[in-house]
Design a binder for this molecule. Structure first.
Ligand code: OXD
Ligand code: MN
Length: 613
């Protein structure tokens, strides 16, 4: 048995040699290259059904679709077991779990040794971005999970062509995944093999990912959070670009002007809904470019250019329905893999928020369920996985791979109080400060206490592969390559503010187009804004709320800047910055000081709240 992980050659490394080394360590029964051709896909789906790993849904109700049920202990990303193994601890920073790379390699070697016994090792060559585009990056995922291989086939661009490019010397990122459940000769497999011992380990210097013990989502589809965010953020730092946890959308105004908007929200805060929104304002058109990850880089023209490197959506099912996201509801009518949703007696799927609850169901754990059971039928982090080509609003760039020029960047979160519905940054540094200080109530996308407010800078807290404060510095530095007149404008948004009764003040969903329209009009120089201590707010006449059931009081509350809330906010930011061991850029500290001064000036003038009038 080997005692060390295979060494990973850098530069133009030989992928066959590497695959052989991984197989020698993990000892699978067989090694299969998986290119996700229609035939390979059909065969692997059929095999997964025969093995009891997938349930085929009724082809008349949900053609080409399947349901997977995970182990009850493997239902979300495991942030506590996610590691950044940089040479220096300071490079991982205080918001990541750091481990020394050498000792992690030894620890992992013990786990991976023989980990794939009795299983097939799939080797999946994938491209992030259309393979021909200059922004594309390649990788290989080795996995002993058919579910992961099938999901990668939808979430990334998997093909034999990528392997050819790699063989011809293109750079690629190696990623290894095992569910950590070897099978002895007479063992019968479980429906969802996994291990209570989990590791999601990243090696930023050698650009590798090793994931052990989980079959779920971001833990197992290594091209997504592990490569396209954690490793790519490091590539971006070293090469002058940015890898971001953002949706990407094109809005076209009634006058026919296109605007490209990228928006960062923490997990499960409505990025998928916003990327497919159906505007309630007449004349506005939306096209979807992506719902989770954006890679962006300054072009020679002083603008910021962006792509979505993914090829599919791994969306949260609960809350997705005809009222909240009719486009996604249509998109997942066929050719979708569902995970941890409920099953109807007719072999269709159901989750909370899709439709009124049917009289009887089988819940996500395979148990009988009836309305009023007191537990959700679908797990709160249950998911759909579907190719983005199925989205009725998908933009042409999905096929061409062309980058789009960004007009605006939004930072959002779930805040019951404090943050106004929309506020524009005074300048780039102020915008970076807004991103750096984002906070949100925790959702079910990761393990932890749902509802607790946590700072989630740039929605990248779990996804930045290096020191978070150095990442803010990188954001500041990148602006030097942008023309200030053409750089994306930065806004903070909050759809989730609540009134005194506890109800949401803003209707959200399709009505968020009203806020986006204001943002586009600001970019186009068509509307003014009024200054407040926290940024530029819409004037009452410019935010189109016609037809909404919104009282004047609610509108005031949505845009209010409450002195006491913001005093608490600035002192909490100050405390939090102190945890970064002097890494917080001076320009960001200056922004905090300026915010505090603006708040004091308003306070001294005697106002308790400042509304956007
Ligand atoms: C996701 C997440 O799955 O952010 O996109 O957790
Ligand atoms: Mn996400």
């Amino acid at each position: 048995m080997r005692s060390a992980l295979p060494s990973i050659p850098t530069g133009a490394h030989d992928c066959d040699l590497w695959v052989a080394e991984v197989a020698a360590l993990t000892r699978p029964d067989r090694v299969v290259w998986y290119y996700d051709t229609p035939d390979e896909r059909a065969a692997l789906l059929a095999q997964s059904v025969a093995d009891g790993k997938l349930i085929k849904l009724d082809p008349n109700r949900r053609p080409g679709s399947y349901l997977a049920r995970s182990d009850a202990g493997d239902v979300a990303r495991v942030e506590a077991r996610t590691f950044i193994c940089s040479e220096s601890e300071a490079d991982a920073g205080p918001t990541n779990n750091w481990r020394d790379p050498q000792s992690m390699r030894t620890e992992l070697a013990a786990r991976f040794a023989g980990a794939m016994r009795g299983r097939t090792m799939f080797v999946v060559p994938f491209s992030m971005g259309v393979a021909d585009s200059s922004l594309a990056r390649y990788g290989l995922q080795v996995t002993d999970s058919a579910y992961a291989a099938l999901s990668m086939g939808m979430m990334t661009r998997v093909s034999r062509d990528v392997r050819t490019r790699i063989d011809e010397g293109a750079h690629w990122v190696p990623t290894v995944h095992s569910v950590g459940a070897p099978l002895a000769d007479d063992d019968t497999d479980t429906t969802w093999p996994s291990n209570t011992d989990k590791y999601i380990a990243h090696f930023p210097e050698t650009r590798e990912v090793w994931s052990y013990g989980s079959g779920y989502g971001g833990n197992a589809l290594l091209a997504k959070k592990c490569f396209a965010l954690r490793i790519a953020s490091v590539l971006g730092r070293d090469e002058g670009w940015l890898a971001e946890h953002m949706l990407l959308v094109r809005l076209t105004s009634p006058e026919g002007r296109p605007f490209h908007i990228a928006a960062a929200f923490p997990s499960a805060c409505g990025k998928t809904n916003l990327s497919m929104l159906q505007p309630t304002l007449p004349g506005w058109k939306v096209e979807t470019l992506g719902d989770d990850i954006v890679w962006m880089r300054p072009g020679g023209d002083g603008r910021m250019w962006a792509i979505n490197p993914e090829a599919g959506f791994f969306g949260v099912a609960p809350g997705t329905g005809p009222g909240t996201n009719p486009v996604a509801t249509q998109m997942i009518e066929r050719d979708t893999i569902f995970t941890n949703v409920a099953l109807t007696p007719e072999r269709d799927v159901w989750w909370e928020g899709l439709s009124p609850a049917p009289a009887e169901l089988t819940d996500w754990q395979g148990q009988p369920w009836q309305p009023g059971a007191g537990t959700p039928a679908a797990h709160p982090n249950s998911r759909f996985t579907v190719s983005a080509s199925a989205c009725p609003l998908i933009a042409d760039e999905y096929f061409s791979g062309r980058a789009v020029p960004l007009d605006a960047i939004l930072f959002g979160g779930r805040r019951a109080t404090t943050t106004p519905l929309v506020v524009e940054a005074y300048n780039w540094d102020h915008g970076v400060f807004m991103g750096a200080t984002m906070a949100s109530e925790q959702t079910a996308a990761a393990e932890g206490t749902v509802g607790r407010v946590r700072r989630d800078p740039f929605a990248m807290l779990p996804f930045c592969g290096y020191n978070m404060a150095d990442y803010w510095e990188h954001w500041l530095t990148i602006s030097e390559q942008l023309d200030p007149a053409q750089a994306p404008r930065i806004f903070q948004v909050n759809w989730f503010r609540r009134g005194e009764s506890g109800d949401f003040l803003w209707p959200g969903f399709g009505d968020n187009a009203r806020v986006l329209a204001w943002i586009c009009r600001r970019v186009a120089g068509q509307v003014s804004a009024s200054s407040s201590p926290v940024g530029m707010l819409p004037t009452l006449d410019d935010l189109d709320v016609e037809g909404l059931d919104l009282t004047d009081e609610a509108r005031d509350q949505l845009l209010a800047v409450n002195g006491a809330d913001w005093a608490a906010e600035t002192s909490s930011i100050d405390k939090w910055f102190n945890g970064f061991d002097g890494h917080v850029p001076t320009r960001i500290l200056e922004q905090l000081e300026q915010l505090a001064q603006r708040l004091t000036a308003v306070h001294e003038s005697g106002a308790k709240t400042v509304a956007g009038r």
